[in-house]
Design a protein around this ligand. Sequence first.
Ligand code: CU
Ligand code: ZN
Length: 170
Amino acid sequence: MRFFLMLGLFGMFVPSMVLAAVAPTATAVVYPLGETEVFGLVKMVQDAEGIRITGEISGLTPGGLHGFHLHELGDCASPDGMGVGGHFNPEGHVHAGPTSLERHFGDFGNIQADEAGVARIDLRIAGAQGLEMVFGRGIIVHAGPDDENSNPAGNAGPRIACGVVGMSKL
Ligand SMILES: [Cu+2]
Ligand SMILES: [Zn+2]
C-alpha cells in the first residue's frame, strides 16, 4: 500500500520536474507588415537570471534603432499590426525600458540594425520570469526607436513586422 502511495506521489512530482527541465524554447518567425520587407527569427529562453532573447531580423533601417516588444495578443493578420493590442502588461505597470524594475513584461527595448539593415539580437531581460506566459502572443518590430519612457508604448512609431510566439525544441 505504501509502495503505491509513494508511486503516486512520485508520479505527480516527476512529470513537473521533467517538464521544467525540458521547457520549450519560445520561437517567433517575424513577418513583414504592409509594404515592409522586415523578416526574421526571434527565440526566448528562461534561465535563473531572467529571459534571454536571441535572433536576427533583416530589412530594417540601416543603422537604425527599432522598438521591439512583446504585445498582448497573437493576431498579426492586419497590415498595420494592430491586432496584437498593446504591450503585454500582466502587472498593470507603466511603459519603460528592459532595465527598469517597473515596466511592461513586453518592454524589450530596442534592436539595433547594422549598415545592411540587419539586427543581430542578444538581449537579456534581467529578473524576468514567466516564459510560459509568452506563448501565443505577438512580437512587434517598430519603425522607430522606443524612448523607453513615453506611455503607453515608447513613441516607437508604426508596426513594421509581426510574429506569433510558438513552441520549438531549440
Ligand atoms: Cu510594440
Ligand atoms: Zn511598454
